[in-house]
Design a protein around this ligand. Structure first.
Ligand SMILES: *Cc1c(COP(=O)(O)O)cnc(C)c1O
Length: 708
């Protein structure tokens, strides 16, 4: 994207606090590194407060900036960018001056201030969490600049605490920490090591030395080297041999940073952990080696590189921000990067990311199961954790068959399902997907043959026609000895055609299942957790299934995971099996079953959902979708418009050209991925009205432009 600044190479210097000695260290490092770099080093202070006006031309065009003046004594190429008079935090100083700082602009100014080919030494203001404006802090500026960070830590009371909290804050954002320089900020006689009044210099010294040893050990645990421990130094110009070694180490590292990589890939994205490949290299590698969903390995459709996501926005590598219309396939109901979800997962990672579920249990698993059983339709009493939606479906189908065998109806081994369904891509799940979409001909011989009935023809928004159930009644009557369960998506058929059917159909079907003792398996993987306007779509029909599958929005899109809920009767049925029939145990157990990180994410996501006004949000989105998409109905290329809850569909008369349409949508600043004949939206529940309007506008635009 145009307007992105050149990427800088060099280092960012931050402190554990104000007065940690950042400027002192910067001045000396500037001289040493500048020497090593053959003079090609620029020192930049992006924000300086406590400046004074000068009549003559000062270091910052009419300003005298104290840090820059100090550095300039050692290294002349030193500049301050934004200067303010009051000696206070940048956000406050800027607001007193009647302006506001922005990370984006500061980063741009830094890039402009450093001539091409120069090593940059950028000095922050204060520590990590110093605010630049109401939303952004120094940490955001560091993220923008993507420079490795040198942390200057004051060796005094609180040293370890401040230094390690800073390291954590930096690493939590994926910012690379090049190392720590520990600095004595006052002479031994006044040093503030925290001893009581009666303590002598020897006691103080012992504490300062212990700070050094402890910090070195803790920082090493975090993978951060202690680069030097500096003695007190009165004369800012006297040589400090410890810093020569630091400069040598940093300069080596600088040389290994490689050539500048062109434009900055993004503004608000963690850089560290990512290899220094350009976006073009990543796309080329992806194209050569990676499979994407339903694509060719050798001749794939184009993909785009996403670098970050926040709320309902996805940011691409070129800086383009897209309004998300997909919730990443039903999952991200809270949008992206919810602080509560991140914190819950982070807490769980620190306690225990995973342990096997065989023979062990844990609080997150119990907590999640309790929540699911509390919320799910009545009668569901047992929970099986699966590692994805498809696996949940596999487990549900096995459960149904095991139940029938164990209760003396071993001939019941097939399933009945409507056409147009989607239940996942593993073999068992695929066998009950729509046979055309699911490519049953291709896999003939591999997939068991199940019974299919016509798609529920009664629309959600039209009067119910009982005739729509007659085929189901006929098959169940004729095949009752063969059918273990009826499996379907309640109310909304998702990936198989985005079709919304009448709740009375589901109610009638549940009645038929009861009549023949055939289990009802509801796949709530797409519909669960509020998407249709009810917490679970089965609530529209007041139906309680024997087995229910959840997934997708279960973790709010933070990670994969699913669950199968079963009634007491199903569990008790399976229990009756003799040794030859499995002996009453359910024959399934994935390696990552009950993964604590998944459970923690899911618990937090559910809590977040329930604490939010989700019904109101979904109802609002429904109204906005209706308003925005309904005009498409008049378009000659559109076959139908359907809206339910936070789902909006425009069905085209012919299959759409996905690649062309996707290009168009991205050019309109939205992320919408159509499929087959359906151009559809299921935005995060947190989406504001104007963003939903933008999504709908883009779809109307696509029809008007003849792209559908
Ligand atoms: C997505 C989906 C699945 C499969 O879930 P995965 O996590 O992709 O395996 C199953 N059923 C329905 C209704 C789905 O929408």
């Amino acid at each position: 994207m145009n307007g992105l600044p050149r990427e800088l190479r060099g280092f960012f210097v931050t402190g554990t606090d104000t007065d940690a000695g950042k400027t002192f260290v910067c001045a000396r490092l500037a001289r040493l590194l500048g020497g090593l770099a053959g003079g090609r080093l620029s020192y930049v202070k992006p924000v300086q407060t406590g400046c004074t006006r000068r009549q003559d031309v000062g270091t910052a065009g009419g300003w005298s900036a104290p840090d820059v003046d100090a550095v300039a004594l050692q290294w002349p190429r030193a500049r301050a960018l934004a200067c303010f008079e009051p000696p206070c935090s940048p956000h406050l100083a800027a607001s007193l001056a009647g302006t506001a700082l922005s990370c984006r602009e500061l980063a741009k100014a830094c890039a402009d201030a450093v001539p091409e080919g120069d090593m940059a030494l950028v000095e922050g203001a204060g520590g990590c969490w110093v605010p630049l404006n109401a939303r952004e802090t120094m940490l955001d500026l560091m993220l923008c600049l993507r420079l490795p960070v040198v942390l200057v830590a004051a060796n005094r009371l609180g040293c370890l605490n401040h230094a390690m909290l800073s390291v954590e804050a930096l690493q939590a954002r994926g910012i690379e920490v090049a190392g720590i320089v520990l600095n004595r900020t006052c002479p031994p006689a006044q040093c503030d090591a925290g001893c009581g009044a009666g303590a002598g210099p020897a006691d103080e010294l012992r504490i300062l030395q212990d700070n050094e040893a402890s910090l070195e050990a803790f920082a090493a645990e975090a993978g951060v080297p202690l680069l030097a421990s500096l003695p007190w130094q009165e004369d800012p110009l006297a040589p400090l041999p410890q810093l020569e070694a630091v400069a040598g180490t940093l300069f080596d590292r600088f040389r290994r940073q490689g050539a500048p990589r062109g434009a900055m890939p993004s503004w608000s994205v963690p850089a560290a952990g990512e290899s220094p490949e350009s976006a073009a290299e990543i796309l080329a590698f992806d194209r050569a080696h990676l499979w994407h969903p339903y694509t060719s390995a050798l001749n794939p459709l184009p993909v785009r590189q996403a670098v970050s996501a926040r709320a309902n926005r996805i940011v691409l590598a070129d800086g383009t921000e897209l309004v998300d219309g997909m919730s990443s396939w039903w999952c991200a109901v809270h949008g992206y990067g919810s602080p509560a979800l991140k914190a819950a997962m982070s807490r769980q990672i620190h306690a225990m990311s995973h342990v096997m579920f065989g023979g062990l249990t844990h609080r997150p698993a119990a907590a999640l199961a309790r929540r699911l059983l509390d919320l799910a339709p009545a009668g569901l009493e047992h929970v099986f954790f699966a590692d994805s939606g498809s696996v949940a479906v596999e487990v549900a189908l096995k459960m149904a068959v095991q139940y029938q065998i164990a209760t003396g109806r071993a001939s019941r081994r097939r399933f009945l399902t409507p056409l147009g369904g989607y239940h996942g891509d593993t073999q068992g799940a695929m066998s009950v997907c729509d046979p055309v979409n699911g490519m049953h001909t291709l896999f003939a011989g591999l997939l068991p043959k199940h019974y299919f009935m016509e798609r529920p023809s009664a629309r959600f928004d039209q009067p119910f026609d009982p005739a729509s159930l007659s085929e189901a009644a006929r098959i169940l009557e004729a095949r009752q000895d063969e059918i273990a369960c009826v499996v379907l998506e309640p109310i909304v058929q998702g990936a198989g055609g985005m079709w919304f059917y009448h709740p009375r159909y589901l109610e009638g079907l549940a009645g038929l299942c009861r009549q023949y003792g055939i289990l009802l398996v509801l796949d709530e993987i797409a519909t669960g957790f509020g998407r249709t306007g009810r917490l679970f779509a089965s609530e529209w029909a007041g139906v309680a299934p024997d087995i229910m599958c959840v997934g997708k929005a279960l973790t709010g899109g933070m990670m994969t995971g699913g669950a199968v809920l079963a009634s007491g009767a199903v569990a008790q049925g399976i229990e009756q099996a003799g040794p030859a029939e499995g002996g009453g145990v359910l024959m399934h157990g994935p390696t990552f079953m009950g993964n604590p990180l998944f459970c923690a994410a899911a618990c937090q996501s559910i809590d977040l959902l329930l604490a939010s006004p989700w019904q109101e949000r979904v109802r609002n989105i429904e109204g906005w979708l209706r308003e925005g998409l309904e005009p498409c109905r008049r378009h000659p290329a559109a076959a139908d418009v359907r809206v339910l809850g936070a789902i909006g569909v425009v069905e085209a008369k012919r299959p759409v050209d996905m690649a062309r349409l996707q290009d168009y949508f991205v050019s309109r600043g939205v992320w919408i991925r159509p499929f087959n004949r359906n151009v559809y939206l299921m935005p995060p529940f947190v989406s504001p009205e104007e963003d939903v309007a933008l999504l709908c506008d883009a779809i109307r635009g696509a029809f008007d432009a003849g792209l559908c």
